[in-house]
Design a protein around this ligand. Structure first.
Ligand SMILES: Cc1cc2nc3c(=O)[nH]c(=O)nc-3n(C[C@H](O)[C@H](O)[C@H](O)COP(=O)(O)OP(=O)(O)OC[C@H]3O[C@@H](n4cnc5c(N)ncnc54)[C@H](O)[C@@H]3O)c2cc1C
Length: 426
């Protein structure tokens, strides 16, 4: 089915993470009409999957909650989830956008009671926990998900469990006949806030990710530490579900490396410094974190946090690029390398190894219009005529604070495009 929404002078924001939400809100609070499209079932992006934020160590729910409140009270933003951009044609001030809306199989009248999930037994890998556990195939992505509406995984459709879910819904919100839709949109400016994805750790062969179960990524560790994560917040190692107390953090895993990502992802050092404090939180003085680093990049206001972690007696810093990892018999891991402060070789044993994995621009499912310029790593700079803009981690590897700044700047530039092209039309 094809529908057309005529929204002249509208700004389209693609991606509903912290950057997309910010760009949409800043433009809408200036009175512009905004359509915010997100391909997953909820807004929030990867920020919503962090346990705590550096440097303040607060939970991401507070920032998310404020933005959701602003969004709900703003009539200028239209939020569309489970939507992807199929194509964009035209130029600054006059784009025609085709969107594909995937079926959620659950309508707006859902009360998020959870009866559909409780009624079924089918489980699917929980992508929000990076596949470390499973969840029901009728699910709410996370407690603060927006919209607060369940979603049925497409694999459920046509099964007996789909009928059970439908029968369990007291308000009749489940529609198993829902179909994919195509929508066309007229917009004046486009903000790409499609974010980032982790570098594929399996490609760093000497570190054995995928071969050694107790080598995990910093993102997987983030979910392990979270009470809403796959282990209820316990730092259990995958091989034997034993609590890991002696943990290695390897910096620049796939970053600043000619064979992998050439760029520095900027946030990985801070993420690992933060995660040493998860180990302290879990085990107190009995925890042991060792950070293997080339140099620590804790710029500007992050320096204080770095110094605070340096004073923590449970944290050791080893200036070294780890050369390789071997497995010991009990699931422990032996890290090999040379400590460049003193130039001595080490073979150090740890119960769990966390790779501080680099950030790449999210590219899956995205076909950028040909006039969009990207940098040498694929981050989006925008179109030459200024009608399309990159924002947040889609434009550069950025922390949340800098993503918000970038998104605010993009909103301002998009508003300028709308004003200028309205003037040209008049
Ligand atoms: C291990 C780790 C820990 C971190 N910890 C912190 C921290 O403590 N503090 C901090 O400040 N930063 C931290 N960061 C960085 C933080 O995750 C980013 O700054 C933040 O996610 C950037 O937000 P974003 O909205 O730009 O991108 P994202 O969070 O990636 O959001 C992008 C959104 O766009 C959507 N999308 C993608 N493609 C499409 C498409 N084609 N169509 C529609 N929608 C699409 C995605 O589904 C997603 O919702 C950490 C990063 C890592 C790797």
């Amino acid at each position: 089915m094809t529908a057309t929404i005529a929204t002249s002078q509208t700004i389209l924001v693609v991606g509903g993470g912290i950057s997309g939400m910010t760009a949409a809100l800043e433009a809408a609070e200036c009175g512009r009409e905004v359509v915010l499209v997100e391909r997953s079932a909820t807004l929030g992006g990867r920020t919503a999957l962090l346990y705590r934020y550096f440097p303040k160590m607060c939970h991401p729910t507070c920032g998310l909650e404020i933005n959701l409140r602003r969004l709900k009270s703003n009539r200028h933003v239209r939020v569309m989830t489970m939507v992807e951009v199929v194509s964009i044609e035209g130029q600054r001030g006059a784009y025609s956008v085709t969107l594909k809306i995937r079926p959620r199989y659950v309508s707006e009248i859902c009360t998020a009671c959870g009866d559909c999930g409780a009624a079924i037994s089918t489980e699917i890998p929980n992508t929000d926990n990076y596949g470390q556990d499973k969840r029901k195939a009728a699910y709410l992505p996370f407690a603060m998900a927006y919209p607060q509406r369940y979603v049925l995984d497409p694999s459920l459709i046509g099964t007996a469990d789909a009928e059970k879910a439908k029968a369990a819904c007291k308000v009749g919100a489940i529609d198993l006949a829902m179909q994919e839709q195509t929508v066309t949109l007229s917009v004046g400016a486009v903000i790409w806030a499609t974010g980032w994805k982790p570098y594929d750790a399996a490609r760093i062969q000497p570190y054995g990710y995928g071969r050694f179960p107790n080598v995990i990524t910093s993102l997987e560790f983030e979910r392990l530490a979270d009470p809403n994560g796959p282990t209820g917040g316990k730092l259990l190692r995958p091989s034997d579900r034993r609590e890991a107390k002696n943990i290695a953090f390897i910096q620049c895993a796939g970053s600043r490396d000619e064979n992998h990502l050439r760029h520095c992802s900027r946030i990985c050092c801070m993420a690992s410094l933060k995660q040493t404090q998860y180990v302290r939180e879990a085990h107190g003085d009995a925890g042991k974190s060792t950070v293997y680093y080339i140099d620590i990049r804790a710029i500007d206001r992050f320096e204080d946090f770095y110094q605070q972690v340096q004073r923590d007696s449970t944290v050791t810093f080893v200036k070294s690029k780890v050369a390789s990892i071997d497995a010991a018999q009990n699931g422990d891991l032996i890290l090999h390398g040379v400590d460049t402060e003193g130039y001595h070789r080490y073979a150090s044993t740890h119960e769990l190894v966390v790779l501080a994995i680099g950030m790449e621009p999210e590219s899956s499912g995205i076909t950028l219009p040909t006039d969009v310029i990207t940098d040498s790593s694929g981050f989006i700079e925008g179109s030459a005529d200024g009608g399309m803009l990159g924002a947040g981690a889609a434009s550069s590897p950025l922390d949340v604070n800098r993503s918000v700044q970038s998104a605010t700047g993009a909103a301002l530039r998009a508003i300028k495009v709308i004003h200028q092209t309205a003037g040209e039309e008049a």
